[in-house]
Ligand binder design. Sequence first.
Ligand code: CMP
Length: 150
Amino acid sequence: STKYIKKEYILDNQTFAIIKPDAVKNKDTGLILDRILKADFHVLAGKLLHMSQEQAEGFYDIHKGKPFYDELIQFMSSGQCMVLALEKENAVEEWRNTIGATNPDEALEGTIRKDFATSVGLNAVHGSDSNENAQKEIAFFFSDGELRGN
Ligand code: CMP
C-alpha cells in the first residue's frame, strides 16, 4: 500500500537531541556529549545556539496550549543550548532509553536525566518521540549541507 511505501522512506537510524540551557549553564555539556559518544551514537551534526522565542515556539508548536507551554518557551530561549543530529540503529528508541523519563524522579539509574536533570521542566536534554518527528526536528535546525558534512 501507499502507506507501507511511505513508511519505508522514513529513516529509522536518526534522532534529534538538545542539550538544554540548564545543562549548558551547569557545565554538563561535555559530560553529556561523552554519554552520547560512549553509547555509540554518531554525531551527524551539532551546534551551540541561543534560540529566539520565535524559534522555541516553532520547535515546540505541538505543545501550544498546554499548561507548561509558556514556561517551556521561556526556558528554552533563556540561554545557549546544543542541538544535535544523532545516528545509530533504532536511534529514537535508543536515545530515549539513554536519556530516561521526562520527569527525573521517574528516570532510571544511569540515564542522563537521572544524573543531570533538576525537574520535569529543567530536564537537561530533549529527544525525538518518533522517526517522523526526528526528521522534522533535524530539518528545523540543520540544512542539508550541514548534515552532509560528515
Ligand atoms: P521535551 O522532551 O523537550 O519535550 C517537551 C518538554 O516540555 C519536555 O521535555 C519537558 O521539559 C516539558 N514539560 C513537560 N511537562 C512539563 C510540565 N508539567 N511542566 C514543565 N515542563 C514540562
